[in-house]
Design a protein around this ligand. Sequence first.
Ligand SMILES: Cc1ncc(COP(=O)(O)O)c(C=O)c1O
Length: 396
Amino acid sequence: MISKPQASVTVVINSIAQSKKAQGIRVFNLSAGEPKLKTPKIIREAAMKFIDIGDIPYPITAGEKVLRKAAVDRMREVHGADYAEDECLVTTGGKFAIYLLLEYLCGLNSPLKKYPNEYLGVMIPAPYWVSYPAIAKIMGGRPVIINSTLEDGWKLTPEALRKAYEADCKFLFLNNGCNPTSVIYTREEIKAILEVAVELDLIVISDEVYSGLVYTDDEYVSCSSFPEYKNNVFVIQSTSKTFAMTGWRVGFVMGRKDIIDVLIALTTQSTTGVSLVCQHAAIAAFKHADEITAEVNALMKARRDVMMAAIKKYFNVDIPVPKATLYVWVSLADLGVKGIGDDDFCIRALEEANVATVPGSSGFGQHGYIRLSFGAEDEDLIGGIEALAKFAKQFN
Ligand SMILES: Cc1ncc(COP(=O)(O)O)c(C=O)c1O
């Protein structure tokens, strides 16, 4: 049952794009899941100041106390969460927080297993971020995909959750600020999902790494704002998107202390913790969180608008404007493309037109769609959409 671990499709496409670039080919990269901009100066300066001190020892595995406090304080201020410092672990990005959580709770020695080689069900609403099923499989879990549709607004519903549930299911992923659909959930929707999840005794892994990239007046609702469900929920957070710090690799998991303590123990046997240079950078980011978030958010919103205008101009189509994240999720049909699957379309667009995009089928569990990232700079957004439209003409 345990197959060879898969490389993330988004990372693979991004690396083909990078290698074309290294050969001097102009690639329009609309595939990367990151805001393409310099990490704010104040953050870089804090890191350099720390480097200059010169003494850079192993970190305390759980993370610097000041950083854990800054992260939980921010969650309190913005979302009304109630976590203590020791209910928060600093991780090597949000991705590793998910990895650790499933390693402990779904892996070989999971306390939730009745016998060691049992496969626990990991419920994953689709379209999903590519790493959820991949990590679940690496940990010996059984991904249980819950499909949604355009008509559902690409949202998980309590009814769909109930219907997909099977007795071995122990986890539910919820990605609010969803990669790839950009969907955000209302308070009522989250509450209804949490109610059913708790009734089914599921542990909810609430991936909120895009909570800082929301471009609407609609309320962004964190699962941490429901104290009554605190024992069932783990929140994944990250500095990557909100503070333009993808390469620094600083993320967080917040939840029950007894479980956080085990994740700390697992970290001592893997990464040892996050580099102190990066932690000091993140501490500075939290000190200036309001300004930095506002700046990154405004820039990404402007880039979103540039991409939407380019889609309108070159494809001559109006598609819904994403309310959050960094992604336009669009069907090939809406782009006027017929007679080719999304995987082939994206591979050929990269090979033949030098535009990197991510296919829905191998990337996100939904065929017929592609994901276009507006994290890139304006020239990539405009040039990329123009080149993609030219390439797409042959499939009209
Ligand atoms: C939905 C989602 N969750 C988590 C992550 C992980 O982010 P990081 O490991 O950079 O914190 C990403 C990154 O692309 C993502 O899109």
